[in-house]
Design a protein around this ligand. Structure first.
Ligand SMILES: Cc1cc2nc3c(=O)[nH]c(=O)nc-3n(C[C@H](O)[C@H](O)[C@H](O)COP(=O)(O)OP(=O)(O)OC[C@H]3O[C@@H](n4cnc5c(N)ncnc54)[C@H](O)[C@@H]3O)c2cc1C
Ligand code: SF4
Ligand code: SF4
Length: 941
């Protein structure tokens, strides 16, 4: 069966306007930026849709389905778009279910939950963890993928060994059928009157039952014999149900990849979280030993057993991950302690004993601590996008990425694959869930090169054929068929069973609009390959979306980091057609910190903004650069702050400044709700004249304090605290002359102005051994000067400065002086840490936490989402106050959940944002202020 040729209306704009009329203006998009962002998922393909619907209810879903069916328009459901097969892109309507992301009901006693499909797996599990529960299936993309996609792909992951795949963990689904009617898909007893009613009401169910009854032996005969399979429709699961008198409907829809119906919710089965877990890395000298060791290790009932072959270890960088040069393969094993009284230390000893029978390149690395375990998993989970760093042209191409063979033959498979790709002279990474015999095979190819393209086509057919013929395996363990494997489904199951799949599809989707081209299609897998994108640096893995605060609140790809990469690197990009989205980024840098492929989307956006600097911002920053005049103006404002900062006056100012603000950004305003810091009547530099070196004089101290604008102009105690802390550590800092580090200036596109200030700073800071900062953004910007001056004469000086920049928390952690500390109050105070994005991007995450943990009188609590952006991002809370408040809402909930009385941070913008967003729920302080208090309390004691 070919993908139906569907006739689209002449004017595709009509689709979006029809849908807007039916569903609502704010839920339907068809502008250039949105369509570009939705043209990709994490596969090798691209298809530009005609319209996007961001559904918010079951009614929205049903209305969209009815419309698509009536007009014969392809309809593709989409969740996080992390599938590797091209199944969440399409030429018609994309129905994005991301906004349906709530846990509707949770029954802890019976261990089940009713959940909407837009929830991210990691978020779901965070919620369940509060009650000691877990949803077992765990694709490595768990930080970003959503339940809807997991259901439709029958996803699984490293822990399939223990928890099975999605199909094993779902009790019921709400499915919108092609008719627009809703089906409660459960495992009904055939003697259940509800089942009889459903069979009467829904013709496709009736057809399905007959098909199963008539073809049971064929289906059983063709059933894959390996432990995992997500290829084709799961008629095997339905036959199993029938044998027990049940019509097990979830088995049909799970793994159907949006081709039979759309889910609005699922009732999922939960398990208890293990009480403790150990993770171990074992480096084998010989690949053959891995195959031998696996059955023995399986006797320990591990919850996960993963392998990475020698090539994979080379590609991700052995030295970086501490992997011995002579390791031929590395196993990652995880063992859980559950209620059955398993002693993990004894298990670890047994495991080591088994492994010692083989030639290991070093002792197994064993971790019990969650953070260390996370580190061991880190490389494995980000493996695929990390491979994007390997070569500017040769990219990891997913086309034979998900085969399954009997677990005891995995070494043989790896040997065969290594020889195959060596013969082709193609680098390849082979890794995967060895315990299930499920191997992920990712060759690195330049598909724009004719030779490499031919190798891909040859590999596709030869490897799949070998997996089926020689190994009796499956071509698809968990990633789904999508576009990439659809061509081979018929070969996998033979024409008779394939014909049954076609009949099922035709019965549930007679008009062929539900995700055409996916699973059931004879189009070659090379159709729709995105050749342009496969020469770019982004893996489209969506890891950045998971941390992007804008995506978090809008849940729409055009407002996301991955989407922005697509938009700003698209050949049809122009500032005019994309201004809305290019200006929406906070420049928080969370995407850069998260990206395993080394892409910095925020920088690409800054590059685009630099092509169109904002005129109004330019005027402000030029005034700012006239330091003496600007500071006089601020002092004037400070003197009268008690008058203009009153609620009534702030409302008036909000109105009066609107026309001026609009020239900064459409959304900009001076909101009366914004809790402003007190402006200093005497600036920091006025208060510490003794620390200011005289003009023309050499540095008086080996250490300079780069206070930046906020600590100088705000009367918030931060600058004083940093100086006081430095003094306690025996250092009298210099306050050399300085200009704004440049972060806000660059954010508005004024790179030339930012460089002007940066040159002043480079010169002023040149004579110091250390440049201490208190502000997260200044820290990062100073460290980033080498990028600002890339290829320019100042680059060497910028690199030298970057090495000497030290955040105050780093300074304190490294200082040999340990001043006495005491608590100010008699009872313990609960303190949480909000980790500012720019400090995280500068690599400073542990030091502030360690300081807080060491403070007397402080009970440190790690709050949920501590590492997420709070939405302040410099001037963003002026540029788009409404969005910034939507972002901080999550932080407010996290603080509330942690029970913290004080939230510590290290960024002035975060402090303003937290004070505005928390509305007094907790006090907000700089880490240096808490240190200062502890030192001073010791002085008084
Ligand atoms: C780095 C990386 C690692 C990965 N590791 C794994 C792994 O270990 N195991 C694994 O199984 N997969 C893995 N994947 C693949 C992918 O992440 C999973 O298949 C994931 O479950 C897809 O979820 P999603 O939310 O991104 O879905 P999408 O990609 O948005 O959609 C997937 C399919 O679901 C359909 N769909 C989405 N929502 C609905 C709905 N409400 N109703 C009906 N159909 C719907 C779509 O049409 C599409 O066919 C990985 C991907 C990446 C990028
Ligand atoms: S920018 Fe990085 S994290 Fe984001 S989609 Fe691309 S590769 Fe993944
Ligand atoms: S800088 Fe922040 S807001 Fe901008 S794309 Fe990256 S994560 Fe999103």
């Amino acid at each position: 069966m070919t993908a139906p040729t569907l006739i689209l209306p002449e004017r595709s704009r009509a689709i979006a306007s029809d849908l807007r009329a039916a569903i609502g203006v704010d839920r339907v998009k068809d502008d250039y930026s949105t369509l570009t962002a939705y043209a990709v998922d994490a596969s090798i393909y691209r298809m530009t849709p005609k319209a996007i619907v961001l559904v918010e209810s079951e009614d929205d879903i049903a209305a969209t389905v009815r419309y698509a069916v009536q007009r014969g328009i392809p309809l593709t459901p989409r969740a996080a778009g992390t599938n590797l097969t091209g199944s969440a892109i399409g030429s018609g309507i994309i129905l994005d279910i991301s906004r349906l992301n709530r846990v509707l009901e949770l029954n802890c006693e019976e261990r089940w939950a009713r959940v909407q499909p837009g929830i991210v797996l990691a978020e779901l599990n965070k919620r369940l963890a509060r009650d000691g529960l877990l949803f077992g299936p765990d694709p490595s993309s768990g930080e970003m993928c959503k339940l809807g996609g997991m259901l439709a792909n029958n996803s699984s992951g490293p822990h399939t060994l223990r928890y099975g795949a999605v199909k094993d963990n779902v009790a019921a689904l709400r499915v919108c059928l092609q008719s627009g009617e809703w089906l409660d898909a459960k495992a009904y007893g055939f003697d259940d009157p509800v089942c009889a009613d459903l069979l009467k009401a829904h013709r496709p169910l009736h057809d399905l039952r007959s098909l199963l009854q008539e073809n049971a032996s064929l289906i059983l005969q063709k059933r894959p014999t390996v432990s995992k399979n997500s290829c084709g429709y799961n008629l095997f699961g339905l036959i199993d149900g029938m044998a027990q008198g049940r019509f097990d409907l979830p088995k049909l829809f799970i793994g159907s990849e949006g081709t039979l119906g759309l889910f609005s919710e699922a009732t999922i089965r939960l398990v208890e979280r293990p009480r403790a877990t150990l993770t171990a890395l074992i480096h084998f000298h010989r690949l053959e030993d891995v195959g031998d060791a696996v059955p023995k290790l399986l006797e320990l009932s591990p919850s996960a057993l993963e392998v990475m072959d020698a090539n994979t270890l080379n590609l991700i960088g052995r030295a970086k991950h501490g992997i011995p040069a002579d390791a031929a393969a590395t196993l990652l094993i995880e063992l859980d302690a559950d209620g059955a009284g398993i002693d993990l230390r004894a298990q670890a000893a047994r495991m080591t004993e088994i492994c010692r029978r083989y030639r290991l390149t070093s002792d197994p690395v064993i971790a019990f601590d969650p953070e260390q375990r996370e580190q061991l998993w880190k490389a494995r989970k980000a493996l695929y996008p990390t491979l994007y760093r390997f070569d500017p042209k040769k990219k990891p191409i997913n086309f034979v990425d998900d085969v399954v063979v009997p677990a005891d033959r995995i070494s043989e498979l790896i040997r065969y694959l290594e020889e195959f790709f060596a013969g082709q002279h193609v680098p390849v990474a082979i890794f995967g869930h060895i315990g299930n015999g499920n191997a992920h095979i990712i060759p690195l190819l330049d598909v724009n090169d004719q030779g490499d393209f031919q190798k891909m086509v040859q590999g596709y057919h030869e490897i799949h054929q070998t997996v089926l013929g020689r190994f009796g395996g499956s071509i698809c363990g968990e990633h789904g068929d999508g576009r990439v494997r659809a061509e081979y489904v018929k070969t996998m199951f033979g024409p008779e069973l394939y014909d049954l799949f076609v009949r099922v599809k035709q019965s549930f989707d007679p008009s062929g609009v539900l995700n055409p081209g996916i699973k059931i299609s004879d189009r070659p897998f090379t159709d729709h390959i995105d050749y342009a994108r496969l020469s770019k640096s982004c893996a489209t893995c969506a890891k950045c979306n998971a941390v992007c605060p804008v995506y978090d609140v809008f849940q729409s790809e055009d407002m996301s980091s991955r989407g922005w990469f697509e938009i700003v690197t698209d050949k049809n990009y122009s500032y005019l057609n994309s201004k809305r989205v290019v200006e929406a980024c906070l420049n928080c840098k969370s995407c850069r910190t998260a990206c395993p492929a080394g892409v910095d989307v925020s920088q690409l956006i800054l590059d685009r903004r630099a092509e169109h600097p904002n005129k109004m911002a330019g005027l402000i920053f030029r005034f700012h650069a006239q330091t003496a005049m600007f500071e006089q103006f601020l002092k004037l404002l400070a003197r009268y702050q008690s008058i203009w900062d009153r609620p009534l006056m702030r409302r008036l100012l909000d109105r009066l400044t609107k026309p001026f603000m609009r020239r900064l950004a459409e959304t900009a305003r001076f909101s009366p709700q914004l809790v402003l810091p007190r402006l200093a009547k005497r600036h920091l530099r006025d208060r510490y004249p003794e620390l200011i070196p005289q003009a023309g004089q050499a540095a008086r101290s080996p250490l300079a304090y780069f206070h930046g604008c906020a600590a100088n102009y705000f009367d918030d105690g931060v600058g004083d605290a940093v100086i006081s802390v430095l003094r306690k550590h025996g250092v009298e800092p210099d306050l050399p002359p300085q200009r704004c580090s440049g972060t806000p200036i660059e954010t508005y596109g004024h790179r030339v102005l930012a460089k002007e200030g940066a040159r002043v700073n480079l010169l002023a800071m040149a004579g110091y051994d250390k440049v201490v900062t208190g502000c997260a953004s200044c820290t990062l910007m100073l460290k980033d000067y080498p990028t600002l001056f890339a290829g320019e004469p100042e680059q060497a000086a910028a690199q030298a400065l970057a090495k000497r920049v030290t955040h105050i928390s780093e300074f304190v952690s490294q200082s040999p002086v340990k001043p006495a500390m005491a608590s100010q109050q008699s009872t313990k105070c609960k303190v949480a840490y909000h980790s500012s994005c720019h400090l995280r991007a500068a690599g400073v995450t542990k030091e502030p936490r360690a300081i807080l943990q060491g403070l007397p009188g402080v009970e440190y609590v790690e709050m949920p989402d501590a590492d997420r952006c709070a939405g302040g991002a410099g001037t963003y809370l002026v540029k788009d106050f409404e969005t910034s408040q939507r972002i901080v809402e999550r932080k407010r909930r996290a603080v509330e959940q942690s029970g913290a009385e004080v939230v510590a941070t290290s960024c002035p913008a975060c402090m303003i944002q937290l004070r505005t967003g928390l509305q007094g729920a907790a006090e907000v302080k700089h880490v240096a202020q808490l240190l200062q208090e502890a030192y001073e309390a010791a002085d008084r004691a």
